[in-house]
Write a protein that binds this ligand. Structure first.
Ligand code: F3S
Length: 765
């Protein structure tokens, strides 16, 4: 029969170390009271034995009242405060904190001091987690699963560690959630592989033996888990707590028996079980071969020695592992040589078994740059380790994180020396804005953005700003900056220079800062001067807003300076010529212009010809009708045409008249009104003739008409002439006939070819 003892059975390295130490101390110091800080392990046999040796368990330091007591600090470790209390009470202590757990304490303390918020993935009631939390003033967030991450606030910098015994599944889900929620999280995978390895090894062993014995407390979850694993792979798996639980003859007939044990099962308990298996009928005289899985066969006498060696090896292996990993712990600063550069990634040889990779976003703040333009293969780099494995076997590195660390020191120096720094406004948040200073996030309160308080800070986003650090707390990594203080200092310098150099008559450039009813204030370089409302324009101004608004850049003339009272009067209108100076050239009597009605008086209306030049239209000149007051004919603000009737530029007087224009227009209108009547009449008289002629022309053929016209006068005239001459002649002949006989007359008529009828008619006439 072969008995195969699992290589990873029983105590892990850390627990074994603590238990061994406790028994060693108990043996050495029998005269002293020794306490363990909480139960050393979850195994009644072990704790019972320790109690027999005078080592009791105390849940708190206050419980221990005897002088000169000594405490054994178990592998789970304790917090910083507990160490202080132990020392304060004058107790001695034997520190059996597992080195892995001590390493976590160191990391937590270091990053907490650097201002990181500490997150612990684990069970908040577990003594190891309570101990770890004690290295950051109990300020850590304990994350039991990935859902807890959703409820956590946002922090600038976080450092995540794990309880050494949490499952990989929980750890992976928490890391996933953390990476999604937090940028630049420093993550230390501090899960100890001892439990995982024990389970993997038990699984392998249970597959190849006929019977599997699992030793350990039934209260121990890790032992129960081991038993389940073995049962899945071996039909003859048994869970026992101690040697006595092994029934006689139980193993008879099995060729191979495997043994494993939970993390709190001591070696001597495993040894007792093996001894029990070897006697009284279990193997019934079969030859026994004891071996360790994956190891050569050892003889019976060497077994426990081998077991001890195995545990020792386990410890050594872990120590070796720790040594290997030390140079590339997350958070470490390492030097390396660039071996390859792409646009977005840099591969770096850091002397570790895996190469390091730096993503562009971990290299520079300049998102527009190509890495190829700023770094090349062969360059030496100093970087910070972010993660040991990016999932593809590369160590994740960051230059930005290291730069940020270095820059944090520069920021501290800038704070001490009050040196201004250039920052970049990232975003506006409640009460102010986030300013990035060399990669370090700083806060600028709203009141510190400008010399004057500004409600809307959105215009600052994505802009560079010069700031001064007004608050710096390295513990909390708090940096508060002010742009206002820089501006104030700059203004003080400018102000000093301005007061030294300012003179009446100077022309200066200023910016309108604010308006008042009586004028506008302009910043002329660190000092505000007043432009009185009367100095804003040559024309009458009711409110400064008619001429300027805040933010306007203006040229002004210094009108007066009172250095004692720190008052400066400025003029804006003086920067352009006084309008009356050119009025004599520009305006002449008789000119007709569009003018604006400004105001009324009893004797007329004042009108504006142009800004600064007003004229008067006397009431008698407002209308061609009699009016009682100017408002009867005009409205304020109305634009009307008026004629200049007189101008005296030296007296700044211009007289105008609307009436003259109306009258002139009236004459013209009259002429215009009459002219159409004559014309129309003329047109009307002409029209019928033309129209008729046209109609006639349209109705009758021209030839016919011409013919008729040609014929008509000839016949008519001939007829008339004929009649006329006939009458004349008949009259003459009638006078003669009165003197002549009728026969004679008839004969003469016949001779003249006149018809009888005609002759008779003529005779009758
Ligand atoms: Fe044990 Fe230490 Fe790991 S106590 S489980 S070796 S962390």
């Amino acid at each position: 029969m072969k008995i195969i003892i699992d290589k990873y059975a029983g105590f892990c390295f850390g627990v074994k170390r603590a238990v061994d130490k406790a028994f060693e101390e108990a043996d050495k110091k029998k005269d002293r009271r020794i306490f363990t800080f909480g139960p050393l392990i979850h195994n009644d046999q072990v704790t019972g034995k320790l109690e027999e040796l005078g080592i009791k368990s105390a849940d708190s330091i206050d419980e221990i009242n005897c002088e000169g007591a000594e405490l054994i600090i178990r592998s789970h470790g304790i917090g910083e405060e507990e160490y202080r209390q132990i020392e304060e009470k004058g107790f001695g202590y034997i520190d059996c904190t597992c080195p892995y757990v001590s390493a976590i304490h160191k990391k937590v303390q270091e990053y907490y001091k650097k201002g990181y918020k500490i997150f612990i993935a684990g069970d908040k009631a577990h003594p190891e987690v309570i101990g770890i939390n004690g290295w950051c003033d109990n300020s850590a967030h304990v994350i039991e699963d990935e859902k807890t991450v959703d409820k956590l606030p946002i922090y600038d910098k976080i450092c995540l560690v794990a309880q050494t015994t949490i499952t990989k599944k929980i750890w992976d889900s928490v890391v996933d959630a953390i990476n999604k929620k937090y940028k630049n999280a420093i993550i230390f995978n501090t899960i100890c592989s001892a439990t995982e390895k024990r389970q993997e090894s038990a699984e392998q062993l249970s597959k190849k033996v006929n019977c599997m014995i699992v030793i350990g407390s039934r209260k121990s979850s890790n032992t129960n888990k081991l038993y389940q694993i073995c049962l899945e792979n071996c039909d003859n798996a048994y869970h026992i707590e101690k040697a006595e639980d092994l029934p006689a003859g139980m193993l008879k007939g099995f060729e191979t028996v495997g043994i494993t044990a939970g993390a709190s099962t001591p070696d001597w308990l495993i040894k007792e079980v093996i001894e029990k298996m070897q006697d009284n009928g279990n193997i019934m005289g079969d030859p026994v071969e004891i071996m360790e899985n994956q190891e050569s066969v050892v003889d019976d006498g060497e077994e426990m020695e081998k077991q001890e060696d195995t545990t020792e090896d386990q410890g050594n292996m872990m120590e070796e592992y720790e040594k290997t990993m030390r140079p590339v712990y997350p958070g470490d600063t390492v030097k390396g040589t660039v071996i390859m550069v792409t646009d977005d990634e840099v591969m770096v040889n850091i002397g570790y078994k895996s190469d390091g990779i730096i993503k562009k976003e971990d290299y520079t703040w300049d998102t527009d740059v190509s890495l190829k333009d700023i770094i090349k293969a062969g360059d030496e780099l100093e970087v910070m380790v972010v993660r040991i494995n990016d999932g593809e076997g590369n160590v994740v590195l960051s230059k930005k994180l290291l730069d940020t660390e270095k820059n944090f020191n520069k920021i501290e120096a800038a704070f001490n020396e009050k040196t201004p720094l250039e920052g970049f406004v990232k975003e506006i948040v409640k009460g102010g804005g986030i300013v990035e200073l060399m990669g370090v996030r700083a806060f600028m309160p709203a009141s510190q953005f400008d010399v004057r308080y500004s409600e809307d800070l959105s215009s600052f986003v994505n802009k560079k700003v010069n700031v001064e650090i007004i608050e710096f707390d390295p513990q909390k990594r708090k940096v508060v900056v002010s742009r206002k203080s820089i501006l104030k200092k700059q203004n003080e310098i400018k102000e000093k220079a301005l007061w030294e150099n300012i003179e009446v008559g100077q022309k200066l450039t200023g910016e309108i800062k604010r308006l008042a009813d009586f004028g506008a204030f302009a910043d002329i370089g660190g000092v505000d001067g007043l432009i009185h409302i009367s100095e804003l324009s040559w024309s009458r101004v009711k409110h400064p807003s008619e001429i300027v608004k805040p933010g306007d850049k203006v040229e002004v003339i210094v009108l007066s300076v009172d250095k004692e009272k720190k008052k400066i009067s400025l003029g804006l209108k003086q920067t352009v010529p006084e309008p009356w100076s050119a009025a004599g050239e520009k305006y002449k009597p008789g000119d007709v212009l569009d003018v604006k009605v400004l105001r009324f008086s009893n004797f007329g209306a004042f009108v504006e010809l142009e800004p600064g030049i007003d004229g008067l239209i006397h009431i008698s000149q407002i209308s061609d009708k009699r009016i009682a007051k100017p408002s009867d004919a005009l409205k304020i603000g109305e634009i009307v045409k008026a004629k200049i009737v007189d101008i005296k530029p030296e007296e700044k007087k211009i007289s105008l008249s609307i009436r003259e224009l109306i009258e002139a227009i009236g004459e013209e209108a009259k002429e215009e009104a009459e002219k159409p009547v004559i014309e129309e009449a003329k047109e009307e008289t002409e029209k019928p003739v033309i129209e008729e002629a046209k109609e006639e022309a349209a109705e009758k053929p021209i030839i016919e008409e011409v013919k008729e016209e040609a014929e008509k006068p000839a016949v008519e005239e001939a007829k008339e002439e004929a009649e006329k001459s006939v009458i004349e002649e008949v009259k003459q002949e009638a006078e003669e006939a009165a003197e002549k006989p009728i026969a004679e007359e008839a004969e003469e008529a016949a001779a003249e070819n006149i018809t009888e009828e005609t002759a008779e008619e003529t005779a009758e006439e």
